[in-house]
Design a protein around this ligand. Structure first.
Ligand SMILES: [Zn+2]
Length: 179
């Protein structure tokens, strides 16, 4: 630092913090330069004022907002929990609808009692579907009926799988939010 150079603000701050490497040179300059001496005393006065400021206690504890004593899940909007419930119900319905058609895809190595139960369910379901299709489509061709449940089963199974993935996805999403 040249003696004729004025002391920079950074150097003054470092000098006040006792972190200056060239204290001797600064003090020499301060002795000969009223301008820098005035800046130093102004800076000292500012720090003194800052130190004298009272410690203000916050009226509300900000940290409390970030603690987890309030659960996030109950704070979720009502429509969201309702949507989740409806999705769960839809998935359940899709599963129940799809179960009879799983027997079509089940290999013969399954336990006989389980397969019999599924076939029983399937026959009940097929007859109910027949009634339904006869009611909705009076002109439905009888010869088309054998292929009808198979095509529907694919649709329902796909629906059930999609619904299950949807539910698991939502579950993971909500679990991540509560972390
Ligand atoms: Zn100076």
């Amino acid at each position: 630092m040249h003696l004729t150079d004025h002391i920079s603000d950074v150097q003054l701050n470092e000098y006040l913090d006792n972190e200056s490497a060239d204290r001797a040179e600064i003090e020499t300059h301060l002795d000969s330069c009223d301008e820098c001496a005035a800046r130093l005393s102004a800076l000292q006065a500012l720090f003194t004022d800052l130190d004298s400021l009272p410690e203000v206690t916050l009226s509300t504890n900000l940290a409390a907002r970030f603690t987890s004593d309030r659960k996030l899940v109950p704070q979720l909007p009502r429509w969201l929990t309702l949507t989740a419930s409806l999705q769960a119900a839809a998935a359940l319905v899709a599963l129940i609808v799809a179960i009879p058609f799983f027997s079509i895809m089940l290999p013969k190595i399954e336990a006989p009692s389980f397969t019999e139960l599924l076939f029983e369910l399937q026959s009940i379901w097929a007859s109910w579907l027949d009634a339904l299709s006869n009611y909705q489509l009076p002109n439905y061709q009888f010869t088309d009926l054998p292929t009808y449940p198979v095509e529907l089963s694919t649709l329902f199974i796909a629906l059930a799988i999609v619904s299950i993935f949807w539910i698991f996805g939502n579950g993971l999403l909500l679990r991540n939010q509560t972390k």
